[in-house]
Ligand binder design. Sequence first.
Ligand code: PLP
Length: 383
Amino acid sequence: MLRPSTPIRLLDLAAEHAALQPALDAAVREVLAEAAFIQGPAVGQFAAELGAYLGGAHVVPCANGTDALTLALLSLDLPAGAEVIVPAFTYVATLEAAALLGLRPVLADVRPDTFNLDPVAVAAALTPRTGAIIAVHLFGQCADLEALGALAAAHGVALIEDNAQALGATFQSASGVTAHAGTVGAVGTTSFFPSKNLGALGDGGALLTRDPARAALLQQLANHGQSRKYHHQRIGLNSRLDTLQAALLRVKLRQLPANTAARQAAAARYDGALDDISGLKIPVRDARSSHVFHQYTVQVEGPGRRDALREHLHQCGVPTSVYYPVPAHQQPAYAYLGYRTGQFPVAERLCETVLSLPMHPLLTVAQAAYVGEAMGYFFAGWE
Ligand SMILES: *Cc1c(COP(=O)(O)O)cnc(C)c1O
């Protein structure tokens, strides 16, 4: 049995933070000394720095990525019962926000190569009641922003980008314009959940937009809908990013470009080790998008084969994860939408074939090589 020479982790936050310890300690001390725990100066500083990193977008911090989706939808003023098109293969938060606001999540299938929303399926799902399309940039690569943006514009509906997994990715349209993920649609959302590419040391999230008027509205909605203290223009949320998390995120943001490059280097090593293995599909790149590899997700065809590979890797000391094991329409909470098994064949199939390998900025050359070796061992043994 193969064993790794150093332990391999799905992600290694303790080691990442150890390298930043003095800067993180200083940030905590400063927040404690100032004692402005809500809406302290670090919140605005972090928003400005992230906005600059994203090519000049407005950034409105909030409490988490799910609230960001809720706030994005609230800012659109959709009528009750309006339809919101979402991918059938995503994290549940994408549907949850719409459902809690009394909007109707309408599922559309994804593409089998990129795992992202299929514009053909979206076109078929559009109705006169559609109010928004939420594109999720799954695993770190942009959905087809060009086709989805064109559909949204043609039907007069808003495009929301759920950018919880692709912060820092860019998308180049046919006209040659390059934009950051999350800044193309009417509103983008992101999450600073600790395991995301830019993770806080707790919960956090943000909204992204190029429109200053929408940024002002989102800011108001995230703070009880108030224009100034005790004057409430709208029904809003209490959804603010803690000053402490903002101060810690400022430290971690400085590391994001290097971390993204390290993830991409690890992905390239996986590609090299895995792309010859038949029966295994490595992540497909859309030439128009960069990929920031929130996850490196392979597909393993054949009944039970993905789970057998997963068990083999576990025996070899390689942790893996399945994002996601159950498609949205088969979740009991969303049974009320009335979808049937078989309606979203790509999403259903992906839930049975995807496997995410260890992926984080500190994954070493030797560890990536070991994972490749352990994978090869399984596929050689199977034949
Ligand atoms: C993580 C995530 C969210 C939710 O973010 P939280 O900060 O955990 O609320 C939403 N959408 C996607 C695609 C995510 O990966």
